[in-house]
Design a protein around this ligand. Structure first.
Ligand code: AMP
Ligand code: MG
Length: 496
């Protein structure tokens, strides 16, 4: 074993805890992983290793690939398949649960508890007709998304590392099995509470409320269950509003906002056919199977509220209707407030003004009509420091909207008069808010195709760029470009 860095732990000293699995058999089933055949490490996330306090040198040992694919267990690990249910595309499905993922246990570091979750570990009692595997393509997509969102300041699960294998896995075509160690402060979903509610396991439901409060709301830990339940629901409503505002501000569409994919602590959770906007297109549907647009980009805030309603219904065993309504009623004002703040920052507006919301709405309308690339526009606008980059903005906008753009820029100029920051300061702040590097689908596809051919270098390059998306990274312009028309709207399969 290598010499641990200061404060970092070697694997032999790491000892996983299992507070969640210890809640008991109502919450899931102890399940051994089915090791992946002939695994190899593809990429290791040094930032997440640091979060967990694991010495980065540990990933260089041959056993790392086994540890991260179920061939060997981390010390203290008690793998546990979690049971939950949820509403999928609006209908309740009582038959869910982690069908291909196992909670390995928890690591405590710097006063925070992190759960390690192995995705792609083989069948569990909840696999139904699935094979319990994850493919390389979807594993890379989840790995990149967690980093991209985190770097943009949006709460998300992340991953410790990803591994590939020789194991054939059948999807629309034959692919290879892969695995990812998901890291999150909690894997409790809305669907956990729905499961306990619909099966009338109300004592267990109270136990789960207390469990989540102990970790995230210690101030109500000693209080009655109703106090805890109300505090938790308020917390989830507020965090979900903040999350939805964040997604809308960066142009992220989750794609499958079922209640089993909603984290009780408001992390972005479970990545499937997600997409970041190229052109600003409010009705953007990234999920190939979402025929009605239930999970379209601009439908997300409403769907998050719909999901919160489903969660509140599951809390009706604990709280009266008036309280539930009051908790849910906070969502919209919070969402509007968070979103306004985020968009103001994108526009470089440090002072609040009554007209800001309209100014922003008009810009978005112009972007929609002018088929404007969402991220490139804000990045170009960020370079405004005294002299406006009008030409750089104009090339991003379809000619029919050039006059509208000129009008909008005149209003923006007037609005900037009310600001007290210098143009240089504002530009600096905007460049730290509006990313140059975005996890666009066509770039994810480029990385995946290379990885499927055995070349992991593009993945490593893109991963680094997404971890510091506001820096210029000269020489990597190719990774900052908008797609050609054929690279827009790539059909992203729901299978994973
Ligand atoms: P998802 O669409 O990834 O949120 O998954 C929905 C449900 O199907 C969850 O209960 C998953 O654990 C389960 N599931 C998805 N893919 C598989 C698979 N390949 N094998 C077993 N279960 C799966
Ligand atoms: Mg899921």
């Amino acid at each position: 074993m290598s010499k641990p860095a200061t404060g970092a732990t070697s694997l032999s000293k790491l000892h996983l805890q299992h507070h969640f699995a210890d809640l008991g058999p109502v919450f899931g089933t102890p399940t051994a992983p089915t090791p992946l055949q002939n695994p190899h490490t593809i990429h290791v996330n040094k930032s997440v290793m640091a979060l967990l306090g694991i010495d980065p040198g540990e990933a260089e040992h041959p056993e790392w690939a086994l540890l991260t694919t179920g061939g060997q267990l981390f010390p203290g690990s008690k793998p546990f398949a979690m049971k939950y249910t949820g509403h999928q595309f609006g209908g309740y499905n009582p038959d869910l649960g982690d069908g291909r993922a196992l909670l390995l246990g928890e690591v405590e570091h710097d006063g925070q508890r992190w759960e390690l979750h192995l995705k792609g570990a083989g069948k569990t009692p909840y696999s139904r007709f699935g094979d319990g595997r994850a493919v390389l393509r979807s594993t890379i997509r989840e790995y990149l998304a967690g980093e991209a969102l985190t770097a943009l300041g949006i709460r998300s699960t992340r991953a410790l590392s990803i591994a590939g294998s020789d194991e054939p896995v059948a999807r629309e075509k034959m692919e290879t099995g892969a695995a990812l160690i998901r890291v999150a402060r909690s894997h409790v979903r809305f669907g956990h509470f729905e499961y306990l509610f619909y099966t009338r396991q109300l004592e267990a439901q109270k136990k789960l409320v207390a469990f989540v409060c102990e970790q995230f709301l210690p101030e109500v830990c000693d209080q009655a269950t109703e106090v805890q339940a109300e505090a938790l629901l308020r917390y989830t409503v507020a965090r979900s509003a903040e999350l939805a505002a964040g997604w809308q501000s960066v142009g992220f569409a989750h794609g499958v906002l079922n209640t089993d994919n909603m984290s009780i602590i408001g992390d972005t959770f479970d990545f499937g056919p997600y997409g970041f906007l190229d052109d600003y297109e409010p009705g953007f549907i990234c999920n190939h199977s979402d025929h009605t647009g239930r999970y379209a980009f601009d439908a997300q805030p409403g769907v998050v509220l719909w999901n919160l309603n489903a969660l509140a219904h599951a809390f009706s065993s604990l709280l009266d209707t008036e309280t539930l309504k009051d908790c849910l009623g906070k969502f919209q004002p919070l969402l509007i407030d968070y979103y306004a703040g985020l968009m103001r920052a994108k526009l470089g507006l440090a002072v609040e003004d009554d007209g800001d919301q309209q100014l922003c709405a008009d810009l978005l309308q112009l972007m929609e009509h002018g088929r404007v690339d969402y991220s490139l526009f804000f990045r170009a606008l960020s370079h405004y420091s005294g002299e406006r980059p009008a030409a750089a903005l104009e090339v991003l906008v379809a000619p029919a909207q050039h006059e509208a753009l000129a009008d909008w820029l005149r209003r923006y100029d007037q609005r900037l008069q009310k600001e007290s920051r210098s143009a240089q300061e504002r530009s600096k702040a905007m460049l730290a808010t509006n990313p140059k590097f975005v996890l666009r689908n066509y770039l994810a596809q480029r990385v995946i195709e290379a990885a499927e051919a055995g070349d992991y270098q593009p993945l490593a390059t893109f991963f680094d760029l997404l971890q510091s998306p506001f820096e210029e990274h000269p020489g990597f312009e190719d990774w900052a470009a908008a797609p050609s028309d054929s690279g827009k709207h790539l059909p992203i399969s729901c299978s994973s």
